[in-house]
Ligand binder design. Sequence first.
Ligand code: ZN
Length: 497
Amino acid sequence: MNAALAELKRRLAEVHDLQQVTLAMEWDQLVMMPHGGAEVRAEQLATMNGLAHERFTDPEVGRLLEELRPFEESLDPDSDDASLVRVARRDWEKASRVPTELTAEITRVASGAQEVWAEARARSDYALFRPWLDRNLELRHRYIDCFDPEAEVYDILLDDYEPGMKTAEVRAVFDRIKPELIALAAEVASPDEPAFMRGPFPEAEQERLSRYVVEHFGANWNNFRLDRTVHPFCSSFATTDIRMTTRYSETDLHSLFGSMHECGHGLYEHGVDPALERTPLCSGVSSGLHESQSRLWENLVGRSAPFWRWLYPTFEAAFPAVMTDVTADDLYRAVNRVEPSFIRVDSDEVTYGLHVIVRFELEQELIAGTVTTADLPEAWNARYADYLGVEVPNDQVGVLQDIHWSFNGFGYFPTYQLGNVISVQIWEKLVEAVPDVDAQIEAGEFAELGAWLRSNVYALGRRFTPQETIERVTGSALDAEPYLRYLQTKYGAGVAA
Ligand code: ZN
């Protein structure tokens, strides 16, 4: 092997290890750590992130990347080595612009802010969280200042989650979608929730059901865990070590959909080509692509009629007390009921995008300073009244509901809705390749579906850009039309079985 390439790989593997160990500590903070550990943990995380950043931005890495330019020319651009050098160079040029002290400070403050956010959310006390939000914003501005002053500011934030994507592209897609969603929600909303959807669903049975479903989707307990947390998420420390989390409440089924969602994230990470392990190519390519997979498993599979025909007997056996006189068709309709509400993660497929668009707009305004943190709750509530037609009763179910601004994740939210859009683009291709996918789902067979996604999407890891990945899989660029068609077909005339 080329000596410079070998040395680059050695260094990148070390950086990757440091980053994955940091992820493990973050998982621990959210899932296992006693509250009292927070202060020291923030320092530990800042040290680890600082160390990873320092090692990665070492001038020697830059020198190796320069030395490799002629060698790179000789490589097949689709080869793993070419992808590795290309992606490492892009990451390196970006990371090198940000001082290590700033990276560490962002991590330290974010870690503290998450602890305060959790408390503020529990007490519905926005004033408690606001100073931390101010500090996060100030640090985000210092981060923005590290980049091209000519760039659209939000592009810099978006690039961390959707590399190469421009705010203008997202705005174009969202502008197309927004009026359609508002109109469709108004047309098909049904406020009457069937009584059986309020349970009670005993937690132990919910957990058994979640495990049963994700096992069928392809999560195996040799490589996956499912734990409890306040805000469900999925983390992976290796393709062989996937951590899903969910939350349980006896009066709803959110744990089941949350588990299917996080399982989609987990299957993506688990399906990355093991040859990419311990390299910067070893993860999903972007937040949007990631979300396309969580939403695909949660919605296109987990809210489909064939899925509920398959799950019905198991579901009925799990909750016999609430399932008297409830058919598979009743369940399917109930889990697809559209009703504008306050909480993004619990919302239906039609209104979900509106929750994201509220955040996308407010983030741009916060960063631009046209909305201040003092005005934020009011601005939030006004937009919910506007787009979703709901009066937000308090900040707990309003502006404090999501963790993202506490971890300084400005720019993350739009990727959720991009994921919905991309999920249907991919699904249309999948149905061409696996035409009897509905029959397979109804039979509880998910292996061919999973294998297609694995070989066409997951295995690629970060070899190509998000846009190239979408093109390779679907043959087209980002496109809102399949998604809008899907919603119209499924919901337009009311949900039919
Ligand atoms: Zn997700």
